[in-house]
Design a protein around this ligand. Sequence first.
Ligand code: SF4
Ligand code: SF4
Length: 409
Amino acid sequence: MGYQTPYAPTRTELSNCIQCGLCLPHCPTFRLTGKETDSPRGRLTAMSAVLDGIIEIDDTFEETLSFCLGCRACEPVCPSMVPYGRTLEGARAEIAAQRGGVARRFRAWITVSWLGSRAMMNSITFATALVQRCGLARVAPSRFRTGLGGLRRIRWKTPSLQGKRFEPEGAPVATVGFLVGCIMGPWFGEVHQASISLLVRAGYRVVVPPGQTCCGALAAHDGAADGASRMASHNVKAFGDVDYVVADAAGCSAHLKDYAHWVPPDEMGNWQVKDINELIAEAIEGGRLPRSTRRRGGAALQHPCHLRNAQRITDQPRVILEAAGYDPSDIDPMCCGAAGFYSILRPETSAHLGKNKVKEIRQTESTVVASANPGCEMQLRSHLGEGYQVLHPVELYAQALEEDSETTA
Ligand code: SF4
Ligand code: SF4
């Protein structure tokens, strides 16, 4: 039957793989099982076999791709620059189109209709705050407990930033369109506050366009391709005429950088996408943001897959932490196992990877942990337990500057 949708992996993308196997040692699922079918090369071979009509999209194919974390650790090490993340999204879109299923349709409804609706997110936020306060997280099914246990304290309601505009301190450097996102606004509002205050201080005019929606990353990763495409088009129109579109969640900034795959070329905006780490590190290095002179000790630096592998951003969070007065210790870049729905769909593998990550963090002897992605943050907090502070690098930096200004006042 082959592929049927416009999102399918193409022959050009798949034929780039020269079967060298250099990606295998970097793939967490291959390291867990040692099986070729659980490796990037094996998955690409399976995708090519569907394209050539050798195999059908069946249970085995679906299992092969659903075990993949989508961490993209196979991409930076690939000498042929195979766009593995793109092919995975395309293959999952095909699985969704050809096999359907109640569970997948339910997930598509969550990723598109729930995450894409502010009213729905407000209701979910209220319900989550209630679950936290009643202690119901302890009796939730185990596959949901990890996510719930890793949440920050959720407020009943967070005022929306949409439609707001923040003028820069001094002459404007550029105009930034700020992505509020789906869960970042109501559940990680402190990260947004830190990001916007630092951008303004660094000379950026920040506009938060009204009418923007979730970036669509979770929908795209899970095969809800039509919904992801609609969300991307919607956001491109909402952002209009800005210099940069900025996100402070690594999964969102990585997906925004892939919008050219989801939006027709004549609809794409002229802006560049930046992760917040990029603009803040650049402002520190350019002298537009200060370096703290106070030393604050060690901080374990976790590199989210969608920052390190999808965007190749590794130095900038370190620059930010050093400017905040921390001595960062890099921890092994292997995926922490959060991976969107993965912790719910494959709780054992997810927990195994989460526990490995926590071991590495404990070895650094730092109780401050920096992570620039909400899913990773929740996974780490949940597995670390009490006694650790897990925050976004820009939050740690904004807090440090605040402390410094209080000390000198
Ligand atoms: S995305 Fe991650 S889990 Fe999937 S094949 Fe690549 S390295 Fe392996
Ligand atoms: S490193 Fe790249 S070219 Fe080599 S097997 Fe992996 S995906 Fe294929």
